[in-house]
Design a protein around this ligand. Structure first.
Ligand SMILES: Nc1ncnc2c1ncn2[C@@H]1O[C@H](COP(=O)(O)OP(=O)(O)OP(=O)(O)O)[C@@H](O)[C@H]1O
Ligand SMILES: [Mg+2]
Length: 264
C-alpha cells in the first residue's frame, strides 16, 4: 500500500489552472525532491499535502483515505522563512506545537503536561544541535540555526511526513552542507517520508531518492492560465548524480534558469 497516491489531481484558483494531471504513488520512506520554474505550483502542491490548500479535482489520498483538509500532527512543514515565532525562545518555539495540541483554545498547558512537553522539546532541540541556545530568540540565531529550530519545531509531533519548501535556499553553501547532513540523518533515524522543494538541482540530486520536475506540457499563448504544470520527469536517484541527458533535456526546455550555481 502506498503512503500517498494522486489520481488525475488538479488545482485551480478560479480560471487559473495551476496544476493538472498529477498521477503518482509515494511509499513511506521515500525522499522526493521537487524542482520547477518559479510560479509553476510547487508550493501549492506542498500545501495540498499539508492540508492548507484544498484539491480542486481528482483524488489525493494518504493511507488510502482522502487527505485531511487541515494540517495534522502526522505532517510537519518548514518554509524558507517565517516558520518560527519571533517572540518565543528556542525552547518556546518547539514546545508551542505540543502546547497548542494539548489545549487548543488556551495555548498553554500546565503541570505534568507542561513538563512532558518540555522534555520532548529538549530532545528535539538536541537532535538538531541547538541545546546550547535554549533561551535565545530567533533574531539572536544565525540563518542556519533558525532553520535547525524550524526543523525541530516541525518534528516536535513526530510526523511521518516532512514537507520542506526551499528550507536552505537562503543559506550560505558551507552551512547548507551541514544542513544536508542533518536532514539526511533525521530522515534515516526517524524513518520520515520527505518532500523537498529546491531551486538547486545539485541539492535535489544530493538528497533525494526520487526527483520530480514540474513543468507545463500544454501551452496556449492566448490563455496562459488555461493549462497547469504537471510532473514531467519522475526519476529514481540511485547514483545521486544527474544523468547527462536530463541536463540536456532540462536546458532545452528552458529550465536552465532554475539553477544558477548548479550543474546546468
Ligand atoms: N492563494 C492563491 N490564490 C490565487 N493564486 C494563487 C494562490 N497561491 C498561489 N497562487 C498562484 O499559483 C501559482 C503557483 O504558485 P506557487 O507559489 O505554488 O509557485 P512555486 O512553484 O512555489 O513558485 P516559486 O518557485 O517562486 O516559489 C502562481 O501563479 C501563484 O500566483
Ligand atoms: Mg514556492
Amino acid at each position: 500500500m502506498s503512503l500517498l497516491e494522486a489520481k488525475r489531481l488538479e488545482k485551480h484558483y478560479g480560471d487559473h489552472v495551476v496544476l493538472e494531471r498529477l498521477d503518482f504513488r509515494v511509499d513511506a520512506g521515500e525522499f522526493v525532491t521537487l524542482v520547477g520554474a518559479s510560479g509553476c505550483g510547487k508550493t501549492t502542491f506542498l500545501k495540498m499535502l499539508l492540508g492548507t490548500e484544498r484539491i480542486s479535482r481528482g483524488s489525493l489520498t494518504l493511507d488510502e483515505r482522502p487527505i485531511p483538509d487541515e494540517p495534522g500532527p502526522d505532517r510537519g512543514v518548514v518554509f524558507q522563512k517565517y516558520s518560527v515565532f519571533p517572540h518565543l525562545t528556542v525552547l518556546g518555539n518547539v514546545m508551542i506545537a505540543e502546547e497548542l495540541r494539548q489545549s487548543r483554545w488556551l495555548g498553554k498547558s500546565f503541570g505534568a503536561a507542561r513538563r512532558h512537553a518540555r522534555d520532548k522539546a529538549m530532545a528535539r532541540i538536541r537532535e538538531v544541535g541547538l541545546s546550547d541556545a535554549l533561551g535565545k530568540y530567533p533574531h539572536e540565531l544565525s540563518g542556519g540555526m533558525q532553520q535547525r529550530l524550524a526543523i525541530a519545531q516541525a518534528l516536535m509531533m513526530r510526523p511521518r511526513i516532512l514537507l520542506l519548501d526551499e528550507p536552505f535556499g537562503a543559506l550560505d553553501p558551507g552551512i547548507r552542507q551541514d544542513m544536508h547532513e542533518l536532514i539526511l540523518r533525521l530522515w534515516q533515524d526517524q524513518q520520515l517520508t520527505i518532500f523537498m522543494i529546491t531551486h538547486d538541482l545539485k541539492e535535489a540530486f544530493a538528497l533525494g531518492t526520487r526527483l520530480w520536475v514540474f513543468d507545463k506540457l500544454r501551452h496556449d499563448p492566448q490563455a496562459p492560465q488555461a493549462y497547469g504544470a504537471t510532473i514531467t520527469y519522475d526519476l529514481p536517484i540511485a547514483q545521486r548524480q544527474p544523468p547527462q541527458d536530463l541536463k540536456a533535456s532540462l536546458a532545452e526546455r528552458g529550465l536552465k534558469t532554475l539553477t544558477q550555481e548548479t550543474l546546468l
